[in-house]
Write a new protein. Structure first.
Lengths: 294, 433
């Protein structure tokens, strides 16, 4: 029983970071119907920037604030340079290549200035030895802090999107940008702010995941983005509750499969889940089927 | 240069005569005669120069190399380049090989990506001027190129890659032209199996990366335990490189009741494993492979490294360095200073330098010694000469080769080390020589 609980707790905590990544991807998907394949590198930039500023002697709070803002700024630049112009031309899938290229570009820049080797990430909240007993099982305090932060951020985001004016504007743009524009919603600004929020989430997620691994290198985030994408699709693309459930389900399934079947099947399990969910519910667990009137 | 000045002198004369010719008809005649003279001198000069250029080519021993010069694994690839270059400088400063200078004529970057290594190897093998090839700095790319290199027949130096099949494809006879200077998995894992048996551990758990190197290491440990009449490992867990979390792997090892873990992988991943062990408050002895006792582990795990055991080439861990190691250390520090490859102690290189730079240095030194003995640049003669080398003192050990033994480092060159903390500093020290 203790073995199972250990796996489940680890799965929930690690899965919550997948959920955060999934939510970041969902935000920009809502407003532009595109996916940022460079999001993984953005996680890396968030962690590297925070580490760099901490190493320069800056206190943790401003270092994290600057690092996540840098991610937001970079993502706005991506929208301006790599996504917006391609969407104007219509019908092109060029944004797949341009966002992927953006990710590789960021990797190259970081490798150039920080080197290709892993950089040590200092523990910001707790160290690896700190733990809490839950149902008699030792759970890492670091993991619990990450879970708490992820869930809090997602709840805030859900409340914001559901009850604030801007949140309703985002949903309106997601539903139909042309009608939203006719209704006087500043679509362009909504799109830009969705990228800002997505960048902020990527920065936070990067710093949190780096707390688990203890190091960050230019390739950091590339695997994570695949798992974040799977979580978003499983939960239902563009649904925050779906991203949370999808991420946690994926994390738990990954750990349980690794623990009970074989550790070699951890990643394979993620994609098996994706295929089963898409077969049973093509719109994802929490997604809504789109109905087109003709 | 003499020929060039003669041509210049004749040309000047032509111009002077042309300008001051005594009569119009005589002027034309003189011009033509001078033209033919110049042409003759020019033709003679070319005839003299051409063989001189070819002779020049023979006066240089050219080698080619593909390695991970950039990318996440350049710790090994760039290190190998530095080692080879230091060996070349050492030989060239002593007059080269039988008077011929050595040149690293082609240096290509594969970033440890097998596809790129194959492309690079094709380019190297297409250059017929190269007398020998230095292969990639990892098992994956080395396995990808080894058949091509074997088919080509020129001496192929494997500076780092640890899988035995690179050198011994079927476990017995070595490839004729392949010589290894890394710490072969079988050598290291057999030693680790002997160590855990000698310490009385009965429930061995294996944790390794899912690469060919990791899987083969696990098989060798299991075979080593069996050979000593011990039970099979209680658990055999794998992970993908750069994984973020190893809870499932560590929990399975814990559930199986392992009393020691033998780890094979890279340093950054070992840091993740060690941190996960700490999170689960499960602290059994951890015996790691040489590649993981490196700065990425020390930096990634911090104080948690204390107590970790590991096998490693003993050269830089001994109380006093052997004379070749001393000379190598001096040359490295003079050229590169006490940098990342050297380590934090300015007085002596860190242990891992044995497998990032010193191994390639030794590889170069042995190769050049082989070429010196062969006094030729044809592949077969050089390979036979290297096979004849016995008791050649290198940085990492005493090298002896034969027609059936093509790897340099043996169990005698290794030791078990342990991370200890003394005077606030963490360092590795020998626990068993």
């Amino acid at each position: 029983m203790e073995f199972t609980l250990q796996l489940v707790f680890a799965g929930i905590c690690v899965g919550s970071t997948y959920a955060l990544i999934a939510m970041g991807m969902s935000l920009t998907f809502w407003t532009t119907r595109t996916l940022n394949f460079g999001q993984g590198s953005l996680l890396m930039v968030g962690a590297v920037a925070a580490v760099g500023l901490l190493a320069a002697g800056m206190p943790a709070a401003p270092a994290i604030a600057i690092a996540v803002r840098l991610c937001a700024l970079l993502l706005v630049a991506v929208e301006r340079i790599a996504i917006g112009p391609l969407l104007k031309s219509g019908g092109t899938m060029g944004w797949v290549v341009s966002t992927l290229g953006f990710g590789l570009f960021l990797q190259g820049v970081v490798a150039k200035f920080f080197g290709s080797q892993a950089i040590v990430v200092p523990s910001l909240m707790f160290d690896s030895l700190a733990f809490v007993k839950v149902f008699g099982v030792q759970v890492s305090a670091q993991y619990l802090a990450i879970l708490a932060l992820s869930v809090t951020l997602m709840v805030i985001m859900e409340i914001f999107l559901r009850y604030s004016r801007w949140g309703r504007a985002v949903r309106a743009v997601a539903h139909d940008p042309h009608v939203a524009e006719l209704a006087g919603i500043p679509v362009r600004r909504v799109v830009v702010w969705s990228f800002v929020a997505s960048g902020l989430l990527a920065g936070v997620a990067g710093i949190m995941v780096a707390q688990i691994t203890g190091t960050v290198d230019p390739q950091f985030g590339f695997n994570l983005i695949i798992l974040g994408f799977v979580a978003a699709v499983v939960g239902g693309m563009g649904n925050i509750a779906g991203a949370l459930v999808g991420g946690i389900a994926l994390g738990v399934a990954e750990k349980l499969a690794g623990g009970f079947i074989s550790t070699a099947y951890g990643d394979a399990m993620a994609f098996a889940i994706l295929m089963v969910v898409l077969f049973v519910r093509p719109e994802g667990l929490f997604g809504q089927r789109e109905i087109t009137k003709v | 240069l003499t020929s060039v000045s003669r041509v210049r002198g004749a040309a000047k004369k032509l111009l002077v005569v042309g300008a001051e010719g005594p009569t119009p008809g005589g002027k034309m005649h003189t011009r033509l005669a001078t033209f033919w003279k110049v042409l003759g001198v020019l033709a003679f000069s070319i005839a003299v120069c051409l063989p001189a250029t070819n002779a020049g080519a023979q006066e240089t021993v050219r080698i080619g190399m593909t390695s991970a010069l950039t990318g996440p694994y350049n710790e090994y690839g760039e290190g190998a380049r530095r080692g080879i270059e230091l060996a070349i400088e050492k030989w060239n400063s002593n007059g080269g090989i039988n008077g011929k200078k050595i040149e690293l004529a082609m240096l290509l970057d594969d970033q440890l990506v097998p596809d790129r290594a194959v492309q690079n190897m094709r380019r190297l093998l297409d250059n017929k001027e190269l007398a020998a090839i230095v292969g990639p700095a990892g098992t994956g790319p080395a396995l990808a190129v080894i058949e091509m290199a074997e088919l080509d027949g020129r001496p192929y130096i494997n500076p780092i890659a640890q899988t035995p099949t690179i050198t011994y494809p079927s476990g017995g006879k070595p490839r004729v032209n392949v010589f290894s200077f890394g710490l072969q998995n079988d050598v290291e894992m057999r030693m680790q199996a002997q160590y855990v048996v000698s310490r009385g551990f009965n429930k061995v758990g294996l944790l390794h990366e899912s690469t060919a190197a990791g899987v083969s290491a696990a098989q060798i440990v299991a075979g080593g335990l069996k050979a000593q009449g011990k039970p099979s490992p209680v658990a055999d867990e794998s992970y993908n490189q750069k994984t973020q979390d190893m809870t499932a792997q560590i929990a399975r090892l814990q559930r199986a009741g392992a009393d020691v873990i033998i780890y094979t992988g890279l340093g950054a991943d070992l840091a993740v494993a060690r941190r996960t062990m700490a999170r689960l408050n499960w602290l059994v002895p951890l015996l790691a492979n040489n590649a993981s006792l490196s700065p990425p582990y020390e930096e990634g795990a911090g104080d948690l490294v204390v107590g970790t055991l590991g096998s490693m080439i003993a050269a830089f861990g001994k109380d006093s360095l052997n004379p070749v190691a001393q000379e190598f250390a001096g040359a490295y520090k003079a050229k590169h200073t006490a940098d990342r490859w050297w380590g934090s102690d300015p007085a002596r290189p860190q242990l891992s330098m044995s497998l990032t730079v010193a191994n390639a240095y030794d590889a170069g030194m042995v190769l050049f010694e082989g070429i010196r003995i062969a006094d030729a640049t044809d592949a077969k003669t050089i390979c036979t000469a290297v096979e004849g080398i016995k008791g050649y003192q290198g940085v990492n050990g005493l090298y002896s080769f034969s027609p059936t033994k093509h790897h340099g480092v043996t169990e005698k060159d290794l030791a078990i080390f342990q991370y200890v903390k003394a005077d606030g500093k963490i360092k590795l020290q020998i626990v068993k020589d």
